[in-house]
Design a binder for this molecule. Structure first.
Ligand SMILES: Cc1cc2nc3c(=O)[nH]c(=O)nc-3n(C[C@H](O)[C@H](O)[C@H](O)COP(=O)(O)O)c2cc1C
Length: 144
């Protein structure tokens, strides 16, 4: 079973059922994809994973969930993204990028005031995660 293909409802087929789940990589360099990420995903593809889901990749600086998250908010990372995609899709591996915004879970060390849909703070996170400020409708549209 593990080594039989699986076709997703969107028509994409994974060559086997070895699925690497999203696990925050924390391997960005200055918020950008790094050679370490290229090597890591290239290695997983080489050893025959069927599906690789990246750790969360943030859509804005305000959405970082840790200090070394990749942030893609413009096209400056395009060359490294292509390299990362090429490495992670070799050997017929499916590569899925998980995009994310940490919202109120953005820790104080990366974000003094997290931005979230509501200003309701997380409980029990004093000192680690600060209370959020409510996003405006324009800011939400910007993130989308
Ligand atoms: C170190 C670590 C980092 C993780 N990072 C992410 C992440 O970036 N995005 C996400 O959706 N889930 C993340 N997860 C959750 C894993 O994807 C989840 O544990 C996995 O899907 C297994 O699910 P299970 O724990 O219910 O079996 C992370 C888990 C671990 C252990």
């Amino acid at each position: 079973m593990l080594f039989t293909p699986f076709t997703f409802p969107n028509g994409k087929t994974a060559k086997n059922r070895i699925f690497k789940s999203a696990m925050e990589d924390q391997l960005a360099q200055n918020d950008q994809p790094s050679e370490k990420l290229v090597r890591l995903y290239g290695t997983w593809a080489e050893v025959d994973a069927g599906v690789l889901v990246t750790g969360n990749v943030m859509v804005a600086e305000s959405g970082k969930g840790s200090i070394n998250d990749v942030v893609i908010s413009d096209d400056r990372s395009l060359e490294m993204l292509k390299k990362w995609a090429k490495a992670g899709t070799q050997n017929d591996t499916l590569l899925i990028m998980q995009i994310n915004h940490a919202g109120k879970q953005s820790p104080a060390m990366v974000n003094k005031t997290p931005l979230a849909p509501s200003a309701v703070p997380l409980v029990g996170m004093d000192g680690f995660i600060n209370p959020p400020r409510e996003l405006t409708a324009d800011e939400i549209n910007g993130l989308i």
